[in-house]
Design a protein around this ligand. Structure first.
Ligand SMILES: *[C@@H]1O[C@H](CO)[C@@H](O)[C@H](O)[C@H]1NC(C)=O
Length: 255
């Protein structure tokens, strides 16, 4: 089985692949509190999207991260390339502001069956100029707030299990480790950890790990039984192999 490498190098001031694959980052901003490191991951991303009301967050909250600067100048500097969604939460003034700056607006209000994040991921998947690139989608504001939204976002990880998608908040990140691969996670100890978890998401799993305080050794996990929460990363590299998809989550350190 093939090995898939992961490393949160997007949290570093300067991108490096840290021995892992070279990735093309895309940032998607959802309608939740904007993480403090948004300007950093913005810099690393080659495409910047807002999902519907995520545009309000960018407009309202990003200038607060640059208190010494003129808000208008900050908003112009951080102009999203695309706003996509069913357009029921983005404010008219915000939409008008970014449209004037040249942001592409994709009104997907005819599709009421999928979430705004799903719509954005589908859009990114279909972009011809990103085809054949090793894409990693960073989702800011994916956690916190309404639980049905959080679960909807986790469901997107499962719907697009062959894509690299990382849900981010100020406190932690969540990504899917598909059972189609063995996994090697290089830990950026300066920026993440030590708390972590491995959660069986689609059904019972049998999993083996190294690099954790409480490792799994062909251990069965399932909801209602054992799941691995409040675990601790102990080494530079964590390895995971499992016969079923797992969610990996790790805490993000406060500066
Ligand atoms: C989006 O499209 C719907 C249906 O065509 C329309 O009613 C709505 O006004 C549009 N919203 C925006 C912000 O363009």
């Amino acid at each position: 089985m093939e090995l898939m490498s992961h490393s949160s190098t997007f949290l570093l001031p300067n991108l490096s692949s840290d021995g892992g694959p070279v990735l093309t980052y895309v940032l998607v901003i959802l309608n939740q509190h904007l993480p403090r490191f948004t300007p950093l991951i913005w810099k690393h991303a080659q495409l910047h999207m807002c999902a519907d009301g995520g545009a309000n967050r960018l407009y309202d909250e990003l200038p607060l991260l640059f208190p010494d600067e003129d808000a208008l100048a900050v908003r112009i500097r951080y102009k999203p390339d695309v706003i996509k969604g069913d357009m029921d939460s983005v404010r008219d003034d915000v939409l008008g502001f970014y449209k004037n700056l040249g942001t592409e607006v994709v009104n997907a209000s005819d599709d009421q069956d999928t979430t705004d994040l799903h719509k954005c991921v589908a859009y990114i998947q279909d972009l011809p100029n990103l085809k054949n690139q090793n894409i990693c989608i960073l989702v800011a504001g994916a956690l916190g707030g309404r639980f049905d939204h959080e679960v909807g976002n986790i469901n997107v990880l499962c719907r697009f299990s062959s894509m690299r998608i990382i849900l981010l908040s100020d406190d932690c990140l969540i990504q899917l480790l598909p059972s189609s691969h063995h996994h090697e996670i290089r830990i950026q100890h300066a920026f993440e950890g030590p708390h972590c978890g491995l959660i069986p998401i689609g059904g019972p799993s049998k999993s083996t790990t190294t690099g954790l305080q409480w490792n799994l050794d062909d251990t069965e996990m399932n909801f209602g039984g054992l799941i691995s929460t409040s675990n601790i990363v102990k080494e530079e590299v964590v390895t995971v192999r499992s016969n079923s998809n797992l969610l990996w989550t790790i805490s993000i350190k406060k500066p």
